[in-house]
Design a binder for this molecule. Sequence first.
Ligand SMILES: [Mn+2]
Length: 259
Amino acid sequence: MKLIKVGFSGGGLGKANGSEVAPDEIIKSLYDLYSNEDGFFNEFQIEAVDVVNSNIIETNKRIFDKIKSSNKCILLGGDHSITYSSFKAFVLNHPDAGMIIFDAHPDCENNFSPPTQEDYLKVLIEEGFLNPAKVILIGLRNWHENEIKYLKEKGIFYFNMKKMFDLGVNEVCSLVMERALLWPSVYVSVDIDVVDPAFAPGTGYCEPGGLTSREIIYFLQRIKKMRNVGMFDIVEVCPKLDVNGLTVKLAAKLVREVL
Ligand SMILES: [Mn+2]
């Protein structure tokens, strides 16, 4: 599969500064993982979007053009704003696509144009690129009042961490897959802050009480087997905030498992 580096932190409101080097760091770590847990060494090719960190509009355009002409691929961010243009290009080639999103936050804060890392999801919905009935959010545990109102108003399906703990990861994963298998195609977005900072401290918005490393690996190992998954992104890794490279290594492991 193709890995596309998008080392862009300009949509990050300052909190993602440093995430522009994450794609290279993750790929370096990826070479230390000889196979996935099923024992396969799946090949990958590396490409990059030539980002302009001071210009979000130009960068969005370049992301869009790159993804538009790409088949199944994994995008390595960068801050979460990159998912905006990436999904827009994906849905152009995959009409009525839905999104499975792992994130500690709903990212539905404002309706900024171009969107930042805090509102890319709301803007995709408001601009009509994404049907809110085809969104599943997993791992939420910190939100603004207006965000939870928005989720409810739009009928967006979500599993916060409380519900996840009640139901168990296995059951939640089955429910997610049952629902998403009805969509024509699926874009999977992983904001690394869905993982507990004990396992993934290298990110701008640490939120205690998240998934363990094993739980996110479990989810992705099952979800990648869905026939309609067309694309993954992994965002918000910030190497300069990392501890012993744990977050970078986890991101590399997730890439290895979904390749
Ligand atoms: Mn996010």
